[in-house]
Design a protein around this ligand. Sequence first.
Ligand SMILES: [Zn+2]
Ligand SMILES: [Zn+2]
Length: 275
Amino acid sequence: MLTDYHVHLRPDDAGTPASEYFTQANADRYRAVAEQRGIAELGVSEHIHRFEQALDVWDHPFWRTSATDDLDAYCEFVRERTDLRLGIEADFVPGREDRMATLLDAREWDYVVGSVHFLRDAAVDMRGDWDVWRSGDPDRVWVRYFETLGEAARTGMFDILAHPDLVKVWGGEAPRPEGDLRRFYELAIDGIAESGVTIEVSTAGLRKPVAEIYPAPAFLELCLEVGCPVTLSSDAHVPEHLGHEYERAVDWLSGLGVTELAVFEGRQRRLEPIG
Ligand SMILES: [Zn+2]
Ligand SMILES: [Zn+2]
């Protein structure tokens, strides 16, 4: 069994309205590519910041410009008009846990993917006004990122921890700490261990400047040591990216002794052998 759960039905660019992408024909395109690539468990997890209801949680200027769609219409579309699992990619916004929980608990997800994209108002993976790297000292940014990731896990609000070392996204195009990076991973590991959250292995990093799978081998090894189950995703924003470089990821996982993947339904997790 192969999974792809961290999937977006549309690119992040402007001019990609729900009306054009939340259609049965588009869902069918994703399903067809998934079938070709042997991915039986397929789900979607749209960015929460694209929905009006997200502004009840946080009013970051980037969210204010993005929040144009209706979250319940998305849920209804996926449930009524597709055979896809229903997920959401939700940010961890420190201090807004209650508001996020209220939003999430009101809807019947198959799974919630939790992400750390922001450190306070600064984004780790976005160029422009919000780029943390405009002034970031790499050691400080990495410390804050991994502390925040551990806190995100500890909230228990998320089933899956997305792209766990996203902070590396720019590779050599952003400042990067020197030496053994485990000193950063260790800042997150207690929260991860206590929460029992599922760790996402994401091939999306292979399409980014860093050109590596998320998470780094040394980080995944720490997560496996504390007993985390693993889910496999591509973070596709177009059908062609579904299952991107999965052969490489599956080989890597089998080399680490990972033989099962986490599968979700109604926020219940079970483990299935990797197909
Ligand atoms: Zn993300
Ligand atoms: Zn995503």
